[in-house]
Design a protein around this ligand. Structure first.
Ligand code: B4P
Length: 200
């Protein structure tokens, strides 16, 4: 049983690495980005509201995010563990997650912060835009998303450092190499309950 958060700027590889983590550790995957894209694809009123934020590179308001997430957490929290991908992205969301997991569920064990420099983020997301069809992968929107990450999401690094749960991973390497580092952090935690602060 292990509950993980994968955290990082847009394009740092949260979705890419989550898929590998799920395959290896057989835990549930909750991606707020995927939940929102599904809702947008259904063309519901909620989906249209969500699109108004995502299309501009802004965060979806906390109220909507928390409502959507709550159901997913309740469904999975008694099972073998969860990886939260792209959530939390604000301090309010982080505090809400801690509260949501109290009682019936288990707390967050590790927060994997994947660090990638801005030029590399831009290169990856522009590369993805060629076939993703994602409205938020246009260059001017990518810059906006990076700016939003710095102002609204980066404060979470000290929030989780203060809880002694943060592992910084250098995410500049190829996908397999980044995954090896993540797996080392998870395996060390699972076998010794030790949090490695940083893996270059
Ligand atoms: P997300 O779906 O979370 O997506 P992301 O940040 O763009 O990407 P990710 O880091 O997962 O990158 P990926 O693995 O795909 O969010 C989308 C939007 O939804 C947000 O901007 C926001 O508006 C909204 N949202 C989501 N959650 C929210 C929340 N909690 N609160 C409010 N709003 C929320 O990788 C990107 C590319 O890089 C891919 O093409 C991949 O192949 C490539 N890549 C990955 N790792 C690589 C590596 N090591 N080397 C080379 N290329 C690599």
């Amino acid at each position: 049983m292990i509950n993980l958060i994968i955290f990082g700027p847009p394009g740092s590889g949260k979705g890419t690495q989550s898929a590998r983590i799920v395959e290896r550790y057989k835990i549930a995957h909750i991606s707020t980005g995927d939940l929102f894209r599904e809702e947008m694809a259904k063309g519901t009123a909620l989906g249209e509201e969500i699109a108004r934020y995502i299309d501009k590179g802004m965060l979806v308001p906390d109220g909507i995010v928390i409502r959507e997430l709550k159901q997913a957490v309740e469904k999975h929290c008694q099972q073998g563990g969860i990886i939260f991908d792209g959530f939390p992205r604000t301090l309010t969301q982080a505090v809400m997650l801690d509260e949501m997991l109290e009682g019936e569920c288990y707390p967050v064990d590790l927060v994997i912060s994947v660090e990638v420099d801005e030029n590399e983020l831009l290169k990856r997301l522009i590369g993805r835009s060629e076939d993703s069809g994602r409205s938020d992968d246009a260059e001017h929107i990518i810059w906006k998303r990076i700016e939003v990450y710095k102002s609204q999401s980066l404060p979470l690094v000290s929030y989780y450092q203060n809880q002694g749960k943060l592992v910084k991973i250098n995410g500049m390497d190829p996908v397999d190499k980044v995954f090896k580092k993540i797996a080392m952090a998870i395996d060390t935690y699972m076998s010794k309950k030790e949090v490695i602060a940083e893996i270059q």
